[in-house]
Write a protein that binds this ligand. Sequence first.
Ligand SMILES: NC(=O)C1=CN([C@@H]2O[C@H](COP(=O)(O)OP(=O)(O)OC[C@H]3O[C@@H](n4cnc5c(N)ncnc54)[C@H](OP(=O)(O)O)[C@@H]3O)[C@@H](O)[C@H]2O)[C@@H](O)CC1
Ligand SMILES: Nc1ncnc2c1ncn2[C@@H]1O[C@H](COP(=O)(O)OP(=O)(O)O)[C@@H](O)[C@H]1O
Ligand SMILES: [K+]
Length: 507
Amino acid sequence: MKELLTAAQMRAIERAAIESGEVTGLELMERAGRGVVEAVFAQWPELISAPQKAMVLCGPGNNGGDGFVVARLLKARGWEVKVFLYGDPARLPPDARVNCERWCAMAGLAPPDRAREGDFAADLYVDALFGIGLTRPLEGAALECIRTWNTGRAARTVAIDLPSGLCSDSGRRLGDAAVRAALTVSFHAPKLGHHLASGPEHCGRFVVVDIGLRPVSANGGLTLVTAPGAGCLTKSANAHKYSNGHALILTGGAGRTGAARLAARGALRIGAGLVTLAVPGSAQQEVARQITALMLQRLEDGAELAALLADRRINALCLGPGLGVTRARELVEVVCGGAEPRPTVLDADALTAFGDTPEELFAMLHERCVLTPHAGEFARLFPDIVDKLNAPAVKGPAYSKVDATRVAARQAGCVVLFKGPDMVIAAPDGRCGVNSAQYDRAAPWLATAGSGDVLAGFITGLLARGFDPMRAAETAAWLHVECARSFGPGLIAEDLPEELPKVLRGL
Ligand SMILES: NC(=O)C1=CN([C@@H]2O[C@H](COP(=O)(O)OP(=O)(O)OC[C@H]3O[C@@H](n4cnc5c(N)ncnc54)[C@H](OP(=O)(O)O)[C@@H]3O)[C@@H](O)[C@H]2O)[C@@H](O)CC1
Ligand SMILES: Nc1ncnc2c1ncn2[C@@H]1O[C@H](COP(=O)(O)OP(=O)(O)O)[C@@H](O)[C@H]1O
Ligand SMILES: [K+]
């Protein structure tokens, strides 16, 4: 697991390092600037061989200070560099001021309205306006300048730390403009804003450079979900099928069983010992024609489900995919209401069924449930949270998808997995993971009908294998994205479970 930092946590890490005497702020700024230049040459090797032209736009804080370092290092390599300062040189913070003065001893400084005139076609544009310190929307000359860059010539734009205009803690644009970078170079660790909301769209390629700060666990339990250890998914040599759990997946009626079959296939592939599909009589033939390793159990209503659950070997359930809202409502009450409720994934119709009365659902949920809403389902269950998330972001730190999912998990009293390329998974105790399907892990082919059903099945299968809900959700989500990446273009939902063995072998 990799940490994702807030701006405040990053500042605390920097402060601790400086106060301990192991490094100065000025040295950190030098390393940051050097890291940016190295990343630029790695990204665009064609810039290495001959001196070029750069335009550097510096802001009023330490992000601007990094910009002065970059300007100086490029000039030292013979580049023609123009630096524009948005702000008053006399009011720069100390380290930035030192670097501004070093720059001014080498060359001139212009105000940013001059950067708009377009008389300087650069080979590289450096955005050093704002980093983690942006607190409000861009305005005036900064805004104008960024608009020109975004609409115009700036193909090679590198953003230092964060594209200016983005909120570091939420990835949302403060106001309506932010730099669209081709490359973003951040320091020490990724920040939330690099992975959430509009962050990836603005960052372009994303690189984190080491500036020699020690890894400190600064964190309220927020991580980027990474590969599970291979060991946690292996099976014991002398296990029998029941020692890997028995998952029960409930289907809807005739013509609507595909989603649950996808989930069931996912649960089986991820290693549940047995997977049973519980099917109403009307759909029994349909399902029977389609399945082999899966088992089938006729199940009409809540009373029959209650009877079936007397079998304590059934140790994980999945309700929602293709279930139909009426059947979902009845069955969720049986599953969640009974004594000793079992680990349960509620997805799709099981969430929509309670769209008008989410409190009724929350009253039944228990800590071994996992809710897997997409944005529409999330909005139906948590309208107040979504109002906050959708309100225009005008002040940093803005309300984020992480804030939203954490509050949702507390309200629901169980793990909530809020889908999307910036998937957030939160537990009621505050643990939180971001499963980012972006940058090197982009998986756009996952946006295909039924892929969410497979994810519900993966989680259910891991619950059956004894994973706790948070770990089941995170591990399943990570594997789900890897299956899509491994399969690649042309992916449809059916391919996800079939790709899993390959992904598991590669762990
Ligand atoms: N932490 C570390 O370890 C390291 C950090 N480093 C670098 O420092 C950067 C953080 O520096 P920072 O804290 O000075 O913040 P930064 O983003 O430059 O902006 C703050 C200034 O902007 C102002 N301001 C805000 N919004 C505004 C607006 N809309 N319009 C106008 N003004 C606005 C704000 O003023 P105020 O809000 O107080 O009015 C303040 O003056 C970080 O991103 C990284 O690049 C590296 O050197 C190495 C190690
Ligand atoms: N552009 C995307 N990049 C990565 N993952 C995506 C993208 N769009 C959707 N997903 C993922 O695909 C799945 C879609 O689930 P869902 O919306 O429930 O679809 P369905 O109901 O058709 O199965 C979720 O896991 C979601 O996170
Ligand atoms: K920046």
